[in-house]
Write a protein that binds this ligand. Sequence first.
Ligand code: ADP
Ligand code: MG
Length: 710
Amino acid sequence: MAKHKFENKGPHNTKLKSEKPKNRSQHKRKGNKLKFSIEDETVEIGQLRDKYANTKVEEHSKFSDFPLSRKTLQGLSNGQYKTPTAIQRESILPALLGKDVLAAAKTGSGKTLAFLIPVFEKLFASQWTRLDGLGALIITPTRELALQIFETVAKIGKHHDFTTGLIIGGQNLKFERNRLHQLNIIICTPGRLLQHMDQNPLFDCTNLKILVLDEADRCLDMGFEMAMNSIIENLPKQRQTLLFSATQTKSVKDLARLNLKDPVYIAPHESEKYTTPNRLQQNYIAIELGDKLTMLWSFLKAHPKQKIIVFFATCKQVKYFYEIFRKLRPSILLLPLYGGMNQEKRNKIYAEFCARSNVCLMATDIASRGLDFPKVNWVVQLDCPEDATQYIHRAGRTARLNTSGESLLVLLPQEESGVMCMLEKAKVPINQINIDEKQLFSPLVKIQSFLAQSPDLKEMAKRAFVAYVKSVALMKDKTVFDVSKLDLERYAKSLGLLVTPRVRFLSKIGGKSKNVNTNVKVTLDENDEDDDDDLFTVKKQTVQELASLVNVPSSTEPKKKLTKVKLLKKSMITNKKINFDDNGDVLEEEMRNDAYDIEKARAQLRLNDIDDKERYKNLKKAKRIAKKEKLKRKAEEDDEDRFGSDDENSVNLDWLPDPDKVYSIETGKNEQVEGNTALHKKSSKKRKIAIDVKDITLNEAECLAMNLLQ
Ligand code: ADP
Ligand code: MG
């Protein structure tokens, strides 16, 4: 894969800066780019079209045997792509013939080129120019995947004259807006595309020829349903549609939504025994929740020279595990990747992970789909995937196209049988392995001391804890995932927390709050990160599910008891003047309109109440935002030096006193105050420390520093 460049902002345009050609036939060769006259190209297109229906491809066919333009072939050759993979061999011709394609092929089997080649050829055969506007739209579920496809377009399509843009969230919207109408090929995430469709008068897709959904099943599932429906509604009906994924949708409803016309179903690996890559070695272990942290720490210690991805269920776990492991100074570089990060940081981390060879990426499922990180050795799924599809995509980040890799699935004992059943049905071969207890290193004592020193870290641990419990509660398959079976106390302890945090909705499930009414408040963390294309969207939609977990009978507002005081109040009539005689008998009764109007007062009170509530809400919101911003600023400041300075081989010992300095200062002082025995004693003690510092190990140095600080 090409080395990624991230200095670009906004639409990454391969050609936006070049001058608009007046007459294409006058083109000369520019740099190493192929240029042909219009007449030449028209002849070439005619010849290619004739070959589309007659070409027969065999197993050993090369790209050069395909009816492809010279520009595409040159691009492929520059990228060292000579022989097509199975999915490319089977899907390129039907796509060239203009058919709608529904393609399913294993992870890492080369689906990207299988749809990009027809995209180039289709526009080329239509002699598409910049003035024709948008010709191809490629939609993917995540920003990183869109970026990766964009890089491949830039590499393979560089001899073509199409303008290509990357339209993803987190970029400069105005910059994108002003250039969008000039693009021939757009690679985008659904949220951002819809934003442009809604807000940008320059966006015009009436000429669109070809629509591609990469990771199609994900693009079409619940999380993107509304965005995708709106996008599809706005696209012209007359177009070609290509759908690609490792776990393809066959849902008639999905296909109907896209108006597919007699789609060709292509699945070159369907008859194979397994759905996962052949060289992927898959393992699982069943351990208690409270042992997960120790397991992961020991795993990283045992694999310091490998490229690893660890998948977590939530952003907050990634944050906490990253922070705490970083403090423990592992011998491998750690990088976090999750949805709430700003795009620049996300890009930086993504690029760094691509480039390095011994590094561990701690990620949420934003990294589970489509990403082609080179040479990943291990994929660890620390938290159980929701279903077999999610498992296959996560594990598929390794063992890409004829390379080998290993994956480790970490299960809780109660999840084991259900998940095994799920994976067996999905034709996933997986073996159980056991952990050698001797190889486990628990960092718990250190973690506890870190937490004792840092309230921020403790807060992070609490959030990670709650987020995990919620993620289990939100799992669809309740036969496999049972939140009541989690040993929360041990889990909290394993994260370094001395007190188990309260998970509000759990106490409600447990029936502790019996008198809850239908307005029961299920508090999802306000800070749950999300963005337009975060894979967490689905989970967020299931808040209702969580509420239903609470199992509250509807309209059960208990009838209020009438007390004596209330009865008295009820029978009291306001504004009635009664005069009594000396014997206590009523003389006369008189109604007065000018006195206190209780109904009016009540209404006023109600209004005031609403005002107060609103004000209180705004105040709380403002406080929350201020707090969030403060934390964000702090995190950003921390990160600035963190990402640059962390190196797997270097341990920062700057904070230790310089032994030479201490030694020389002390000896210098000694010379000056010769005779002063008390000081001499003190300095000789310091000198001893200074000498010791030179030859102690890192662990001893840390203990020593702690003692000194105390
Ligand atoms: P998928 O989308 O099926 O998961 P990708 O398109 O990301 O797979 O391709 C996986 C890897 O295979 C990429 O690194 C890509 O460069 C490489 N690749 C794709 N097609 C070929 C080919 N024909 N020859 C050599 N390498 C290829
Ligand atoms: Mg892909």
